[in-house]
Design a protein around this ligand. Structure first.
Ligand SMILES: C[S@@+](CC[C@H](N)C(=O)[O-])C[C@H]1O[C@@H](n2cnc3c(N)ncnc32)[C@H](O)[C@@H]1O
Length: 209
C-alpha cells in the first residue's frame, strides 16, 4: 500500500529503488523503538508524512549526477535518505547536531546499501564544505538558516541552474519567506504544493549560489 503511494508519484523507479524504499518501513520502525527520530504518533505515517514529503524536492527538480547536496539538520535522515535513494549519482552529506539521530540516518543508509550518504554529527555552524544545494526540513526559520549556510553554497557553473537552498516546512511560511520574496518569486521552483500527500507543507527554493 505504502509503496503504491510512492509509485503513483514516481512510476519510473528501478527495482533497486523500490526495494530500498520498501525496506525503510521496518528499519525506521525498529530504530524508532530505540531512539525517537520520528514522533511515535507519526511513525505509521512514515511514507506519507516523511518519505513523500522529502521527495517533494525530487518532484520539483532533478539533481544532476555529481551534484553535492548538504542536508542540514537531517535528524534520522529526512529529506536526505529518500533523496539519496532517488538520486544514486548525487553525493549527500547529512549533518545534525544530535549524534544519536544522525547515527540512525547512517545506519539506515548503510542497511539499504546507499553508497552516496555520509552522515556526520556536527552543527551546521561548524560545517566547512561547499555544496551545490543545501536541503533542510523543519530545522529553523529560513532567515536563520540562510545566514548559516551562505558560506556553504558553491558558486554555480555557467549555464547550469543556480545553486541554492531548498527548504521543506509545515505551517505557514509567509512571514519567513518575506525577506526573500523577490528572489523566491523569480524562480519557478518555489512551489506551494497542493498535492494530496504534500499536506499543506511548503517547499521553497532560493537560488543563492
Ligand atoms: C525537527 S528535527 C527535523 C529533523 C529532520 N530534518 C526531519 O525532517 O525529520 C530538527 C533537527 O535539526 C537539528 N538541528 C537544529 N539546529 C541545528 C544546527 N544548528 N546544526 C545542526 N543540526 C541542527 C536538530 O538536532 C534536530 O535533529
Amino acid at each position: 500500500m505504502e509503496m503504491e503511494k510512492i509509485l503513483r508519484y514516481f512510476p519510473e523507479l528501478t527495482d533497486r529503488q523500490k526495494e530500498q524504499f520498501a525496506r525503510l518501513d521496518a528499519l525506521y520502525h525498529d530504530w524508532n523503538a530505540k531512539i525517537n527520530v520520528i514522533s511515535r504518533k507519526d511513525i505509521d505515517n512514515l511514507y506519507e508524512h516523511h518519505v513523500l514529503h522529502s521527495l517533494a524536492i525530487a518532484k520539483a527538480l532533478r539533481f544532476r549526477p555529481g551534484t553535492k547536496v548538504l542536508d542540514f539538520g537531517c535528524g534520522g535522515g529526512f529529506p536526505g535518505v529518500p533523496l539519496a535513494i532517488m538520486f544514486p549519482e548525487v553525493q549527500f552529506r547529512l549533518i545534525d547536531g544530535t549524534g544519536k539521530k544522525v547515527r540512525v540516518a547512517q545506519e539506515v543508509a548503510d542497511a539499504i546499501g546507499l553508497e552516496n550518504v555520509d552522515a556526520c554529527h556536527i552543527r551546521g555552524e561548524e560545517e566547512k564544505g561547499k555544496y551545490d544545494f543545501i536541503v533542510s526540513r523543519a530545522v529553523m526559520p529560513l532567515p536563520d538558516l540562510v545566514k548559516i549556510v551562505r558560506k556553504n553554497i558553491a558558486k554555480a557553473q555557467k549555464n547550469s541552474m543556480p545553486n541554492g537552498v531548498i527548504v521543506l516546512k509545515g505551517g505557514n511560511l509567509d512571514a519567513e519567506i518575506h525577506p526573500f520574496i523577490r528572489i523566491a518569486e523569480k524562480t519557478e521552483l518555489t512551489a506551494y504544493f497542493k498535492e494530496e500527500w504534500f499536506k499543506e507543507k511548503y517547499l521553497v527554493y532560493l537560488p543563492l549560489g
